[in-house]
Design a protein. Structure first.
Length: 310
């Protein structure tokens, strides 16, 4: 990032912004952050057919081998700036309890909201049913939904979905409501614990191991959907759906293949500056932000099971 920015970036507050994490947020595990050198960047979208089409490889005694060529579409995107500010009156700073840093606390709070906003953006992209190919999505209803313990078969549904993917998904993403049902499903308990399945509960790691996945990511975050000034109405960020995704953490904007990634320009920044227009004695304005762009670059590497539970 430029060092001559008009807004002072303070190392101690930047450390707070970078270090603070809400454990219920999973967006970085789905669309991993990839550093880019500039705000505007390019990335390659490869032709899927090229990796699966076999030409005639037979060579006659005096013939030359058949030729192949590989192509890619170069796409251009730009990161977007996301940030928030908080005005703190100097009187509040002067009257704060000993060892209580109002600026650091504000930085932490702003960071939490910025990350929650990112979680919502990623959830909206990943749970967009129209973003998946026709062969890589399905909607469950009635007795097929996992919440019908007597009739549904989540193992069959998930295995069939994984087997249909051109590159088998290596992570599963689901909302808390889906996981709460799946971890108590009799067929899951029976398969993992080897019992009758009548009573029991299984862990996320056990489910991941059952399906040979690297991870199972459970979205448990809440957000307030009420308008400002109204009584809070909390709703889940992640819905009643399940996604199977092929994720490659080593892929970046120029090489590798993965369902999606997040381009990040520079580091998350935070700082404060004097503001004479706050109250009688002035105060400090705290600002936290980051420059990112979430992208789904290979939607054929994902499979969505919509309405997995009722």
């Amino acid at each position: 990032m430029p060092t001559n920015a008009p807004f002072p970036i303070q190392p101690d507050l930047t450390a707070v912004a970078i270090g603070y994490r809400n454990k219920t947020l999973i967006s970085d595990g789905i669309l991993p952050r990839v550093p880019v050198a500039k705000q505007e960047f390019k990335f390659f979208k490869h032709n899927m057919e090229e990796g699966f089409t076999i030409p005639n490889t037979n060579i006659g005694r005096t013939s030359r081998p058949n030729k192949m060529s590989f192509s890619a579409t170069e796409e251009t995107e730009s990161t977007r700036d996301y940030g928030l500010e908080d005005d703190i009156p100097q009187a509040d700073i002067n009257n704060a309890p000993p060892n209580y840093n109002l600026i650091a606390r504000s930085t932490e709070g702003l960071t939490n909201i910025i990350l929650l906003d990112r979680e919502k953006r990623v959830a909206d992209k990943v749970q967009d049913y129209t973003a998946y190919g026709t062969a890589y999505k399905e909607t469950l209803s009635g007795t097929a939904q996992f919440s019908d313990f007597a009739n549904s078969d989540p193992i069959e549904v998930i295995m069939s979905a994984l087997d249909s993917m051109i590159m088998r998904g290596n992570i599963a993403v689901m909302g808390q409501e889906v996981f709460s049902v799946l971890c108590r499903h009799p067929k899951m308990c029976k398969a993992i614990h080897g019992n009758s399945g009548d009573v029991g509960i299984v862990t996320a790691n056990a489910i991941a191991d059952l399906f040979s996945l690297e991870a199972l990511l459970v979205g448990a975050a809440f957000l307030n959907t009420a308008k400002k000034g109204q009584t809070a109405t909390l709703a889940r960020v992640w819905g009643k759906h399940l996604e199977l995704i092929y994720r490659d953490r080593l892929a970046d904007a120029r090489s590798g293949v993965t369902f999606g990634f997040t381009a990040q320009w520079g580091s998350r920044v935070a700082g404060s500056m004097p503001n004479k227009n706050i109250g009688l004695r002035g105060g400090q304005t705290v600002r936290v932000g980051e420059s990112v762009k979430e992208l789904i670059c290979a939607n054929d590497l994902g499979y969505m099971i919509k309405d997995a539970v009722a």
